[in-house]
Design a protein around this ligand. Sequence first.
Ligand SMILES: *Cc1c(COP(=O)(O)O)cnc(C)c1O
Length: 380
Amino acid sequence: MSPLRPVYITRMPSVSAIPQRLCLGPGPSPVPPRVLAALAHPTVGHLDPAFLALMDDVRDGLRHVFATTNPMTLAMSGTGSAGMETVIVNLVEPGDRVLVGVNGVFGGRLAEVARRAGATVTTVDAPWGRALDRDALAAAIVRDAPHVVAVVHAETSTGVANEIEGLSDLVHAHDGLFVVDCVTSLAGMPLEIDAWGIDAAYSGTQKCLSCPPGLSPVTLSPRAVARLERRTHKVPSWYLDLTLLKSYWGQERAYHHTAPINMLYALHEALAIVREEGLPARFARHRAAHERLAEALSALGLPFVSQEGHRLPMLNAVAAPAGSDEAALRRRLLDEYGIEIGGGLGDFKGKAWRIGLMGHGATAESVDAVIGALRTLLAV
Ligand SMILES: *Cc1c(COP(=O)(O)O)cnc(C)c1O
């Protein structure tokens, strides 16, 4: 055979060969049929008036879930990490002081992205499984007067909620911007962008919004927009530059890059579902599913590794069964029951399981399915 000719090996003849799964890991979450149907709707042009009207609706829906009136609210093309990078590269200039709370993978990623943007980064750290210490954060804010203070609301790698309400006044008093990662918290637990004084936040579609991955909701307060407009250096990323993108999402509708049309159809439908359910009912559903799971896990003898009183409803981090091959057990859960749960990351690698009850997956049925399967697999 000629070495220049490519060899095609057919291993997955069609996507229809991909099995159905119950996604109870750290994301993606289960996508409801209505959202999948929206995704399959015929593609139109990204400047089609009908599509532009749909974008306006998406923006309204995002303001609703973020609890904000921020004019600059949009869905970035890309996953949650694109939202993280968007917020950092637009608000940070080389040499800026950035303070990041780090108690897991995503705080660590935020610090790394800020370093790459040229910031002088300091961190306030907490051990894996514990919440950030508010007094330590406050002391660092007073000491450094950071240009940006960034905290992860729901640390998906450890299942811990960081308390962010009440921090913004101190950040603002030192002329800083308060940035929050709400990739996992958005639409799954209370979050108030305006009432809590948050200047910039980003999320992802595949966690509690129950949409496939691919878009990142982002919102900036007027204070953050003013900082963006005062920049002395150009935003270093052309693709993520909000000063350019606002012309597409704003009145001018100027072409920047082709919007992922069908993903926006899907997000539109996912946001409609959130509105129909109502945020308080949605939060209560997540909490109820978490409580049902927590009780059953404790009966199975699997203790939480996240700090009591700071546990996330949508991401349950528990110790993997002692003395077991935890990866083999997760594999059997997938192969024999079609259920995906997550393994541990970082300090928790090989030691913890992460059971996600996000969006459409936050139901008693999901809890009973995973617990029933685990009971059999662990023979308890
Ligand atoms: C999932 C997640 C991200 C990254 O999102 P991707 O969609 O994987 O790029 C960032 N922060 C938190 C807290 C997350 O849970």
